[in-house]
Design a binder for this molecule. Structure first.
Ligand code: FES
Ligand SMILES: [Fe+2]
Length: 340
């Protein structure tokens, strides 16, 4: 498995306060997340070093997590701080890995690499999820049996919308223009389609089939967090007079061949669409689970475990952003491979 380790990954949407414990496999490691008495999250390896019980079958006791099998208690650093058995002596080896974890933008972010480098300022900017000018339906989660880079390809090459998603697009989109910008942490892929038939998703504000300009501006933040600014407007008019939405698409590799996908959709508070945001969120989940997911899983099956480049894929102009992201990830992996 080759993953970028020095990165913040989303472990989940922040749950309500009564949820004190959950687990998630990230980069092939099972991690258990538990809340301390001050409500801050801790993240430690989800395997007890005694008889290897999953710690998520235990319970939170004060600021520690108690193993559900023989009761060892571990603190936020993964150190065993209490042994209820016999004389209570704590063996030196009674410890597990711990991970920096932060709740931010309604999401729980975990750092999987060198702890010293875990700078909260490196968390991708999803502040729009907390912007009062927007109404977001959050909490979307799907699991997909494909490598996370196939999902990045999918999200950065939105030429597929014209063919795979009848609710979101139509073949008139395939003449769209692509504009790319890259920084040292992001790739911005702006896809603009002039004067196309409005896709059904934008009804009733824009009647299906009426002529519109449509934009799909995807920002990829290395290694796998994406944010889509999308919408339609009257032909030739500025975006301000149109209907603009925001969708988050955040990927966290589970294993080499599986990925967690966290999504949301939002509209400006004053838009009529904001009243139907939950309905759009449901639609978003249905589109991904019935259209993208089966296609991606079939692609992965056909590829097996062979790397994309070793299969000599045909390249199309719509791939440009996805290819850049793959190269970007390749550079990050190479960098981590040479670091001590
Ligand atoms: S397996 Fe955890 S205390 Fe025994
Ligand atoms: Fe899609």
């Amino acid at each position: 498995m080759s993953f970028v380790k020095n990165a913040w990954y989303v472990a989940g949407w922040a749950p309500s306060e009564d949820v004190r414990l959950f687990s998630r496999t990230i980069l092939g490691k099972s991690i258990v997340f538990f809340r301390k008495t001050n409500d801050q999250w801790s993240a430690i390896e989800n395997v007890c070093p005694h008889r290897f019980a999953p710690l998520d079958k235990g319970k939170v006791v004060g600021d520690t997590l108690q193993c559900g099998y023989h009761g060892l208690r571990f603190d936020e650093h993964g150190i065993c701080v209490h042994n209820p058995i016999g004389n209570g002596r704590i063996p030196k080896a009674a410890k597990v890995d711990s991970y920096p974890v932060i709740e931010k933008y309604k999401l729980i972010w975990v750092w999987t690499g060198d702890k010293e480098a875990a700078d909260p300022a490196k968390i991708p900017d999803y502040s729009i999820l907390e912007d009062e000018g927007w109404v977001h339906a959050t909490g979307g989660y799907l699991h997909c049996n494909a490598n996370y880079q196939l999902l990045i390809d999918n999200l950065l090459d939105l030429s597929h919308v014209a063919f795979l998603h009848p609710l979101l697009g139509n073949e008139g989109m395939s003449g769209g223009k692509l504009d790319l910008q890259e920084t040292d942490t992001t790739i911005q892929s702006n896809f603009f389609m002039a004067e196309i038939d409005s896709p059904p998703f934008y009804a009733p504000r824009y009647k299906e089939g009426s002529k519109v300009d449509n934009w799909l501006n995807m920002k990829w933040h290395a290694p796998s967090s994406l944010l889509l600014d999308f919408g339609v407007t009257d032909v030739g008019k500025s975006r301000d007079v149109g209907l603009q939405g925001i969708a988050t698409h955040i990927l966290t590799p589970e294993t080499d061949g599986t990925v967690h996908y966290f999504y949301s959709v939002g509209w400006p508070t004053e838009e009529d669409a904001a009243a139907n945001v939950e309905q759009h969120h449901e639609m978003q989940g249905k589109i991904f689970s019935t259209e993208d997911k089966p296609m991606l899983e079939e692609c992965q099956k056909n590829m097996g475990t062979t790397d994309l480049w070793d299969l000599n894929p045909v390249l199309l102009s719509g791939d440009a952003a996805a290819v850049r992201a793959r190269r970007f990830i390749g550079r990050m992996l190479a960098q981590e491979a040479i670091e001590p």
